[in-house]
Design a protein around this ligand. Structure first.
Ligand SMILES: *Cc1c(COP(=O)(O)O)cnc(C)c1O
Length: 235
């Protein structure tokens, strides 16, 4: 496809996604600008990131370090500045690499990962914004902190100079109405904001469930498929 063809395609899907977000805000009685769109660009090329940036997207997310690192470099080389979010499961030995390009790491779910990221961030000018990924169903296979561990990890983040605690991130569990799952997230977000004022970001909602997330107070939605199209691999 030509660059212009792809631009037109992305422009119209972006319009549709923005419209969905605006309607969901209205339905929830929230102002239309209460929710930030984060474009999940995994598996798609840097050229798509540049087109989205040209269409006004400010935040992009990736879930694999190697892919993200190359893409962020390519975009920066074009002189385009975006907020890069890392949303994938993160191994501690990748913390240094991620700290080189990520503005926000949304998938912190252990004290040891928070400590590794804090050490890696020491070399940076600005702290990394950290969201704690919470598990809404306690299934350890899918990542995320569960129960009282949340407070141990949040304390590890706030005690690190290289990190700033931004709030929470979650993925709705399979096989449950996302409204119910995101209602539990909303409760946790309230507890988090009263324990750590300023940690008020709630990243929730993907292509299939953004309305449910906005209804339950999401401040950021992470949209891949509805913006960029179906991915070849399931990730
Ligand atoms: C891939 C991914 C998304 C985007 O999912 P879509 O269903 O394609 O919108 C959001 N969050 C995370 C953590 C992801 O890995």
């Amino acid at each position: 496809m030509t660059d212009n063809g792809r631009r037109a395609e992305l422009a119209s899907s972006l319009d549709r996604v923005r419209d969905r977000i605006a309607r969901a805000c209205t339905a929830a009685g929230r102002p239309p600008d209460a929710v930030t769109l984060t474009a999940v660009t995994k598996t798609y090329p840097a050229s798509d990131v540049l087109l989205l940036a040209g269409l006004g997207v400010t935040d992009v997310a990736e879930n694999r370090d190697q892919e993200a690192s190359v893409k962020a470099d390519a975009v920066r080389a074009e002189g385009v500045r975006l907020r890069w979010h890392f949303v994938g499961q993160l191994q501690r030995n990748k913390a240094r690499s991620v700290a080189a390009y990520a503005d926000v790491v949304e998938s912190v779910d252990s004290v040891r990962l928070a400590e590794a990221l804090g050490r890696a961030a020491a070399a940076r000018e600005n702290p990394i914004e950290v969201l704690l990924q919470v598990s809404l169903d306690g299934d350890p296979a899918r990542g995320g902190v569960f129960g009282d561990d949340l407070w141990r990890v949040s304390d590890a983040v706030t005690s690190s100079e290289g990190l700033r605690l931004g709030g929470l991130m979650a993925v709705a569990p399979l096989g449950e109405d996302p409204r119910q799952a995101f209602a539990r997230l909303e409760v946790l977000a309230g507890q988090m904001a009263s324990r750590h004022p300023g940690a008020s970001t709630v990243s929730a909602g993907m292509s299939g469930d953004l309305e449910a997330a906005v209804e339950r107070g999401a401040t950021h939605v992470r949209i891949g498929t509805s913006l960029l199209g179906m991915r070849n691999s399931l990730r």
